[in-house]
Design a protein around this ligand. Structure first.
Ligand SMILES: *[C@@H]1O[C@H](CO)[C@@H](O)[C@H](O)[C@H]1NC(C)=O
Length: 167
């Protein structure tokens, strides 16, 4: 999961919440397919995937499932998904990441994407304070777990005139 460190730090100091959110690496900023029939199909597929404990992908699966619920809930007719489903699945994802690591409450870089997603979800729910709190959690994690890759890329970016190097 080290790729999540990449490209995040620079924009976190932007003044507005929206700019901070746009800088996060998570399902809301990755350009995922939002074709309605494909997303519906994906929801069914994800529901079929076995969710046995110790499946190392469990956290990722729930993160994706949560985002799929959000995408569908954002459609006019909701298509059987609600924002509450999304929130619940993001919570289950965090739980799964912790279980895989045998930690009860420890936070770590494995939660970066999850926190990014929650920052976005609360933003869409109009809960700016909660959204900001998750942005803050991401910032704290990035400070606690700085990545060498991040530094290298930073150097690469600062030698480049483009203000927003990678999308
Ligand atoms: C969605 O994807 C399906 C096939 O995957 C395609 O037939 C359909 O045209 C797409 N719809 C849109 C709106 O792009």
């Amino acid at each position: 999961m080290f790729f999540v460190f990449v490209f995040i730090s620079a924009a976190l100091s932007h003044p507005t919440l929206r700019a901070s959110l746009d800088a996060l690496q998570c399902h809301f900023t990755w350009e995922l397919d939002n074709n309605r029939s494909n997303v519906l199909h994906l929801r069914d597929k994800l529901e079929d995937i076995g969710t046995e404990e110790r499946n190392p992908w469990l956290g990722h699966i729930y993160n994706l499932q949560a985002h799929v619920h959000f995408q569908l809930a954002s459609q006019e007719d909701g298509l059987g998904s609600t924002v509450g489903d999304a929130l619940r699945c993001f919570g289950t994802a965090a739980e799964a990441f912790r279980q895989i690591r045998n930690t009860v409450s420890d936070e770590g870089p494995w939660l970066l994407v999850n926190y990014g997603n929650l920052a976005w979800l609360h933003y869409h729910m109009g809960e700016q304070a909660k959204s900001l709190a998750y942005v803050g959690k991401v910032e704290a994690l990035l400070q606690e777990y700085p990545s060498p890759i991040q530094e290298q890329l930073h150097q690469e970016f600062t030698s480049n005139d483009s203000p927003k190097p990678v999308e």
